[in-house]
Each structure stands twice: as structure tokens, then as C-alpha cells.
Ligand binder design. Structure first.
Ligand code: BGC
Length: 795
């Protein structure tokens, strides 16, 4: 049998290049003469968005029925790698039932700012948690013989202008925060694929970035799978292959093949890079994957139950005053809110699933045999108070307990654009206040993929955060409300009080094309704790219907050495009267004077189930890496010589006293670096001047495109601004591409619109399945530049 290398050598340059670009919207190219098959990809990550056929109107047509699991922001609150692995396995089995070879997930980008429109698809603000949960998902999926494609690598933390943004991230934050989740997932779970993101990182597109794709990913982390572009993220075919990208998706219908061939001839495209790319694609394509032999209907039923279980473990009990929860069956319950009847259970965009069934909150309560009255109370569309509101207030006066179902309407949260603010709709907030004024027994169920401000928090007695809970969110909610399931979810992100409290609040989305990550490592609890900024709910927080106590914390050593780990053990007791689960969280702390170091960072955790009254010992292993830091000089992780702490708790703010440890590594000299004071004690907001001084990175002022300066990299929105002709053409394209969407105000329509208007022309062409040619793009650019002769004669 010939080696892959030898087989590749027998292919022509054309064939090698062909392998590095998709055959259509979802499949890689096959080379039948060499018996190289294609492989098929399909979206994840909270279920399978499988589209039959070869094409797709940019990816949002109706998909084949599949289980819709809770989205990642909910899933992360389980803090349960084993359960997440089961979810990965379940998605893997569904993938094989449709002959899918690679699932595009999980997404593990760091939640830098709560307004990122796609935060519902990401796990956490913390890289250790995101990395470990992502790894669990990958292991589960790949154990079914399906390749995972970890995404979006890297620095993709906003949706506005995601195709043109430049994420400017200093080295410490890049390695200790933004890349760390990917490092953990790659090194622990070896995904077969990784998806490079649309944006630039420190001036270079992720798809063209040799530092990210080769130095870090392949050399440091030993990744040996295929790098796949996000759909339309290829910037420059030759640069991308040289940099480490293997597969361009979707197919650009050979748009760049000639350019690549010419570059190969004149030596600009390295033959070794082309062979690597083709080889990595072939490896995924030729991997033997099991055939599905079961019954798909039965699989969907079984996975539906798992989706419900994940949500039951994910929901976070945030407040429970006077033991208002669980509700008693004899209570006269009033349920209020359109969201109770039309419950959102997933986000919009490429992760949108078409489930076989789903339950609203009202369905869930009815199925569980709970009697209730219902008032709609508010409407998603109509934000003004009126008849609905008054009727709900009157009904609330007579109810024993009010269950208010609040949340973000679906048009607020989507891939493709960021949220405009962190507020719930005003009509919901106002009605909650009115409810609280007439009935003190008020419980809120919250449905949103990311944090919202909770101005009425002190006025409600109960609060459960369901996030976006998957197809059976209603059943899960009923079980949690009645206590059939004891809540055990823990927040995987901090819940700020107001948006203004967020460290990046003043800079996020202000200049979306040149984005200074000025807050550096101070994201989420790393900021709130060191800045002394109060939050509504801290990272790692979550209540239960029982209580837990930690005691007897022990370390097997107080000296940290290279290559050795520390065992941390603690006893956990369920001191209440119900069975329940608790999450023990182990953080490594730094002294407060250290620049660019948080007070503490999560480095280990374990979820444990305890019967009422039971005690168990939990042991968490902290490897030497947990105490290591990124060393810019050496360009590697290094164990420092420093005094550190081990901090164990059941939430980032509920901990036992810190235990000091001595880390015996290389000497570090913080003082030698000139770092502005904000990065030692981050009080208030960071400034871009300090950021430049600390990082050497400079934010570029926003550029305004105007006639004469347009290129293929400008977007239809920009070109349309000064050209009626381009405006008209864009309108026609938009009409064409949104034909299948009946409701123009739906999130799908809004998502599609941003894709069409905000994608650079060259990338629209690349994804258009040949409908938009490069010569038409050039004509449009010429028209927008008012070079009419060039538009007509092509010169
Ligand atoms: C998204 C990816 C997705 C791909 C294919 C892109 O717009 O960013 O996450 O996997 O489309 O649908």
C-alpha cells in the first residue's frame, strides 16, 4: 500500500489545488482517478443543521429534522464534561445517520462582551472552562467516528463587521485567554478539523495567518488535522495555503485555481504547503467512519430526552428568597408572558436546528399536570402598555404566585450582528415592576442566550435562568419549578449589573474594523474581581434547593515544580434535605500587585452528586500548566518563580480561604516591563493610549470609503452608499436570496440581510456558486468608483 505522500505526488498540480477547495457548499472535492472520496460537512454545534443537496442559499434553508439541544451558553452551565460528551456522541450518531463526516463545532470563543450576537453559541468567558467543555464535546462526537471542526479560530469575539474586523490583542491576553481555550481543546481532544475565523488577528486575516495556523496550532500544539476556512473566510488563496489553511469552504467554483497554479509555478506558493493542505483534506476524507445501522426515529426520541436532561442540569437558580421555589402543587399559579407560550429555545443563524418537536413553558407545565392561569401580559412586537398589561396586573392581584416568563425576542440575538444593548424589552421590565407592586410572590424565568440587565432583581423572589434551553425547555422548566429536578447549573459567565460595568463597554463595536482589546486579560471575573466592580451574579454562581458545605481542604504539596501536579482535595457535604449536585471549583490566585494577572483564574473543577446528608471527598489535580504563564521573550508557556494561591469554592465568590503555594520556576521580572498602572489595578475603563503603550498595537481610525477608493474588499452596503446602480443590484440580489423567507422581520431575514450587505464583494462572489462572477464584481466596483468606461469595457 502506497503512502499518502507518494499518492499525492502522483496528482497533477491542478488536482492538488482542486482538493484544497470545496466541491460545493458542504462537500470537499473527490479525485476519482486516485480513489480519493469527498467528505461531507454539516453545521453544529447544538444539533445538526443538515441540508440535503449540494447547494444552499448561504446556509439558512430548512434543514432535515434533528435534535435541538440547548445552546452552548446553557450547556456550559452544567459544568459537566461527561454529560457534554454524551451530547457530542448523540450529535455524532445523528450525523452518521445522515452520512455526515464532519460537524462544524464546537464554538469555544471567549465571551469578551455580553453584546456579541453569537454569545449563545459560545461556552464561557473563561478559557479553562470553555476549553475543557469543548474538549468533552469533541471527544464525544469523535467517539462516534465523526470529525469535529473546532471554531472560530481565533479572536472572533464580535459579529458586527466580522468579515473585516481586526482583533488587536496583546500577547498575554492572546495566549492566556483567547487561544488558551483552543489549546486545551486541541491538546486534550485532537479534533480532526479546526475552522479559521473571518476576522484578522493583529493585522492578518485568520486564514492567512502563519503565526496562528502554523507556529502556534501545528508547531506548539501539535495539531495534525485539517484547517478549514469559515464559510467565505478565505482572503488570499496563495497566502492562506502558505500560512497553514488546508480547505477553502464553500466551493469558490475554481475562482482562485489559476492564481494558485501560477503562484506554484513561480514559487510563491510552496509545493510543500500545497501537499500538506491536500494531504490533510485527504486524511479526513479517507478516514473510515461507521455506517449508521439503527432506527433514526428512535435515535431522535432518545436524543430528545438527553436534550431535556442537559437543560435540566444547565438551568441556573439565581435567586430563591423565602424558599419560594420549588412551587407547591396546590398553589394558585398565574403564568405571564408571551415567552411562556412562544418560548425561544435556540438562537438564529447557521446553528438553527429544525427539531422534531418542542415544548413551550406552558406545554411543559400542562404536561406536568400543574394547573395555572395564563395572561400574555406583553407582546414581542408591540412595546407599549395596554389592555394585555392591565389584564395581567389584575390577574396577578388574585394569584398566590406569579410566574413571569421574560426574555429576549428572537430578532435580538443572532449570528451576523451584535445586540444593541443589554436590556430586556422595556415593556417586559415595566410589567415585572407592576407585577411586583401587586404580588410579592413573583418568580421570573429568564430566556436569553446572554446576560441582560435585571433592574427589578431586588423585587422578585425567585429567578431561574434557562438561557436557550433546546427543544424540550418547557419540560425541563416544569421539572425544575416543581423540584422534580434540583437545579445544579452554575453560571459560566459573570452577570454584570449594567452594561456600563463591562470593561469593554466603551470600546466594543465603536470602531468594529480595528478593535483594540484594550482590557487585555481583564475580561469577565478577571476584571470584576480585581477592579472591585460589583456584579449581579458572579462567575460560577448557582443555587440549589439544598445546601452544600466544603471542609477539610488539603494539598499534597505547597511547592509547585515543573512537570509535577498538585492534588487538591476537599470534603463536600450536602447539608440540606434534598439530593443534589454541587460543583467544586479550583482557582489559582496571583498577588494583586502583578500586572496583567487576574486575582484568580479557574484551573480545575468537578461536579459531584450527593444524597441529602451525604459527604464525599473530591480531588482535583492541578498540573504545572495551571501555574504557568505566557513568556513573551521565550515565546512559550513558562512556570514562573512566584507566590501563588490555591482557592477552592463553590462559586468564584464563595470560596474557602486561599492557600499559599510557592511556584519554583524561571524568574520573571514584571517590573522590567513598562506597563501602565491600569494593567496592575484595572479601576474604571482602559484607555487606548495605555493599550498601545502596553501592547505596541495601535487602533486605526475608522476609514470612510468613497468613490474612487472602492475595491473588491468593500461591501455592498458601502458601495451602495454612493451608487444608485449598485443599490439597485444589491436589492435584486437581496430579493433573490431571501425568496424563501416568508417573514421579512424574522431573525433569518435580518441575518441574511447582514450577510448580503456586509460581506466584501469578493467573498460574496466566492460563495455565490458562480452566480456572482469576479468580472461582475469588478464592474460593480468600477461603477461605484464612477469609472463607467471601465465598467463597460473592462479597462
Ligand atoms: C459560520 C460558521 C458556520 C458556517 C457554515 C458561517 O457563517 O460562521 O459557524 O459553520 O457559516 O454554515
Amino acid at each position: 500500500m502506497q503512502s499518502l505522500e507518494d499518492r499525492l505526488k502522483q496528482l497533477t498540480p491542478e488536482e492538488l489545488i482542486k482538493l484544497t477547495s470545496g466541491a460545493d457548499f458542504w462537500q470537499s472535492a473527490a479525485i476519482p482517478k486516485a480513489q480519493i472520496p469527498s467528505f461531507r460537512m454539516s453545521d453544529g454545534p447544538n444539533g445538526l443543521r443538515y441540508q440535503s443537496g449540494t447547494g444552499d442559499a448561504l446556509g439558512i434553508n430548512d434543514s432535515v429534522v434533528s435534535t435541538c439541544f440547548p445552546t452552548a451558553s446553557a450547556v456550559a452551565c452544567t459544568w459537566d464534561p461527561e454529560l457534554i460528551s454524551q451530547m457530542g456522541r448523540a450529535i455524532g450518531a445523528e450525523a452518521r445517520s445522515l452520512k455526515v463526516d464532519m460537524v462544524l463545532g464546537p464554538g469555544i470563543n471567549i465571551k469578551r462582551n455580553p453584546l456579541c450576537g453569537r454569545n449563545f453559541e459560545y461556552f464561557s468567558e473563561d478559557p479553562y472552562l470553555a476549553g475543557m467543555l469543548g474538549a468533552a464535546w469533541i471527544k464525544g462526537l469523535q467517539s462516534e467516528g465523526v470529525a469535529a471542526c473546532l471554531k472560530h479560530f481565533a479572536g472572533n469575539n464580535q459579529e458586527n463587521d466580522r468579515l473585516l474586523s481586526d482583533s488587536l490583542i496583546d500577547e498575554t491576553a492572546l495566549h492566556e485567554l483567547y487561544l488558551e481555550a483552543f489549546r486545551i481543546a486541541v491538546e486534550t481532544a485532537a479534533p480532526e478539523g479546526i475552522m479559521c475565523s473571518y476576522n484578522k488577528v493583529n493585522g492578518t486575516y485568520a486564514s492567512d495567518n502563519p503565526y496562528l495556523l502554523t507556529d502556534v496550532l501545528r508547531h506548539q500544539w501539535k495539531f495534525d488535522g485539517a484547517v478549514v476556512t469559515d464559510w467565505g473566510a478565505l482572503n488570499n488563496k496563495v497566502a492562506s495555503l502558505n500560512a497553514g489553511t488546508d480547505l477553502e469552504m464553500p466551493s469558490s467554483h475554481n475562482m482562485f485555481d489559476q492564481q494558485a497554479l501560477a503562484a506554484l509555478k513561480d514559487g510563491q506558493l510552496k509545493r510543500s504547503a500545497l501537499l500538506r493542505a491536500a494531504g490533510n483534506v485527504v486524511k479526513v476524507a479517507e478516514k473510515k467512519r461507521p455506517a449508521f445501522k439503527g432506527d433514526r426515529e428512535a435515535l431522535l426520541r432518545q436524543n430528545g430526552q438527553l436534550a431535556q436532561k442537559v437543560e435540566e442540569q444547565a438551568a441556573v437558580l439565581l435567586k430563591n428568597e423565602d424558599g419560594i421555589l420549588p412551587i407547591q402543587s396546590a398553589e394558585k399559579l398565574l403564568v405571564v408572558g408571551q415567552m411562556a407560550a412562544e418560548t425561544r429555545y435556540q438562537g438564529a443563524g447557521s446553528s438553527h436546528i429544525n427539531p422534531p418537536a418542542h415544548t413551550s413553558i406552558l406545554d411543559g407545565l400542562t404536561k406536568a399536570g400543574i394547573t395555572y392561569d395564563y395572561q400574555q401580559g406583553y407582546a414581542f412586537e408591540n412595546k407599549t402598555a395596554g389592555r394585555l398589561t392591565d389584564a395581567a396586573v389584575t390577574a396577578a392581584k388574585n394569584a398566590q404566585t406569579v410566574l413571569f416568563v421574560a426574555g429576549l425576542p428572537e430578532t435580538d440575538e443572532s449570528e451576523g450582528f451584535d445586540r444593541q444593548n443589554m436590556k430586556l424589552p422595556v415593556n417586559q421590565n415595566a410589567l415585572i415592576e407592576r407585577m411586583a407592586a401587586v404580588n410579592p410572590n413573583l418568580i421570573v424565568l429568564l430566556i436569553a442566550g446572554a446576560p441582560v440587565e435585571l433592574p427589578w432583581l431586588t423585587k422578585v423572589k425567585g429567578l431561574i435562568n434557562l438561557y436557550l434551553g433546546g427543544q424540550f425547555v418547557g419540560d425541563a422548566a416544569a421539572n425544575l419549578l416543581t423540584g422534580k429536578v434540583n437545579p445544579a447549573g452554575k453560571l459560566a459567565e459573570s452577570y454584570p449589573i449594567t452594561y456600563q460595568d463591562v470593561p469593554s463597554a466603551e470600546i466594543y463595536d465603536q470602531n468594529p474594523r480595528s478593535v483594540g482589546y484594550a482590557e487585555s486579560v481583564y475580561v469577565g471575573y478577571r476584571y470584576y474581581e480585581k477592579a472591585g466592580q460589583p456584579v449581579a451574579f458572579p462567575f460560577g454562581f448557582g443555587l440549589s434547593y439544598t445546601n452544600f458545605k466544603l471542609s477539610d481542604l488539603k494539598l499534597n504539596s505547597d511547592q509547585v515544580q515543573a512537570g509535577r501536579s498538585i492534588q487538591v482535595s476537599v470534603n463536600v457535604t450536602n447539608t440540606g434535605e434534598r439530593d443534589g449536585a454541587e460543583v467544586v471549583q479550583a482557582y489559582v490566585g496571583n498577588s494583586p500587585q502583578r500586572p496583567l494577572k487576574p486575582l484568580k483564574a479557574l484551573k480545575g473543577f468537578q461536579k459531584i452528586f450527593l444524597k441529602a446528608g451525604e459527604t464525599k471527598k473530591v480531588t482535583i489535580e492541578l498540573s504545572a500548566h495551571a501555574f504557568s504563564e505566557w513568556d513573551q521573550q521565550q515565546q512559550q508557556w513558562q512556570l514562573p518563580t512566584a507566590a501563588k494561591f490555591i482557592i477552592v469554592g463553590t462559586g468564584s465568590n464563595q470560596t474557602l480561604p486561599p492557600v499559599p503555594v510557592k511556584v519554583n520556576g524561571q524568574s520573571i521580572d514584571d517590573a522590567a516591563r513598562e506597563i501602565p498602572a491600569w494593567y496592575v489595578k484595572p479601576i474604571g475603563k482602559p484607555s487606548l493610549t495605555d493599550f498601545t503603550q502596553m501592547s505596541g498595537l495601535t487602533v486605526q481610525p475608522p476609514t470612510v470609503s468613497r468613490p474612487g477608493r472602492y475595491t473588491r474588499l468593500n461591501t455592498p452596503r458601502e458601495l451602495s452608499a454612493h451608487s444608485m446602480i449598485v443599490r439597485k443590484v444589491t436589492e435584486i440580489v437581496k430579493k433573490n436570496m431571501t425568496k424563501g423567507i416568508s417573514d421579512p422581520s424574522s431573525p433569518e431575514a435580518k441575518f441574511m440581510e447582514t450577510i448580503i450587505l456586509d460581506t466584501p464583494l469578493i467573498r460574496l462572489a466566492q460563495q455565490s456558486s458562480g452566480k456572482l462572477s469576479l468580472s461582475l464584481v469588478d464592474k460593480l466596483v468600477a461603477i461605484a468608483n464612477r469609472h463607467y468606461l471601465r465598467a463597460i469595457f473592462g479597462r
